[in-house]
Design a protein. Sequence first.
Length: 291
Amino acid sequence: MIDAVVVAHGSGARARRCINALRRSSQPPERIVLVDTSADGAALAAIPEAEPWLHRIARPDNPGYGAAANDGIAATDAAYVLVMNDDVFVDRDAIEHLVDHADSEPDVACVGPDFRDLDGARQEGAFRFPGVAQAAIDAWPAPAWLRRGRLNGRVAADGVPVDIDHPLGACMLLRRLAVDLVGGFSPDYWMYCEEIDLCRRLKDYGWRVAQVPAARVWHVGGASTGRQPDRMLAQLYRSRARWYRTHTPPSVAAVALAAMRWGLRARSALDEAAGRSVTGVRGALVALDER
């Protein structure tokens, strides 16, 4: 009924903890596909090979999160597939809550969980599609209350399932029928925004997206990307620019990109005045204009 795809990069210990949590779930996946995108195959080396429920895929070329997830999805055949990073650990009943909601709402194609830090603090995990306001707020040094608010596209579920535009892509339950109809993740997004693009296309086909707060998962966050902050910042803005150019009218995209440019320039000036490195911000500015 449900399979899982775990995309791992660089840590055998993380992959092992992630998969152990899946196996101990009250509704464990029938098959777990581990896609290792690291050059040294650390995640694959950490997981025993002779497990009937485990399928292993090596992608040392690191094609990006969405393309790696597509490889994993293609190796599954259940009605639902849970796609996740290896730095996510599910609560024992999390999968059960996700599947129950999808079963009860047949036009829901994607269900996201409630994300928590390891100390129990809630992470932002439910969003509206990016607009001009989000472009400006995310780029400018805005206060925390504004970043976490509705104007910045954040959705508060208040303990009950709620329709959203997209979840955080670190863990999402997908209905196979719907994902197959839209062709899976777009490989054009090497990292970041691939879940936003997928959910936009799902909604364009008439499907719904939801978050279920009862499904709690624990998310380390930035476990792989944090090792290359400058490169990942540039990639973040490259993907954001692609999303706006693809999914919004040209006039909206132009304003959103202008807002991001202004915000990044302000951030660069502040960092430079404080004696901090501006390499990452300048790389992000260049990435905005890449096609």
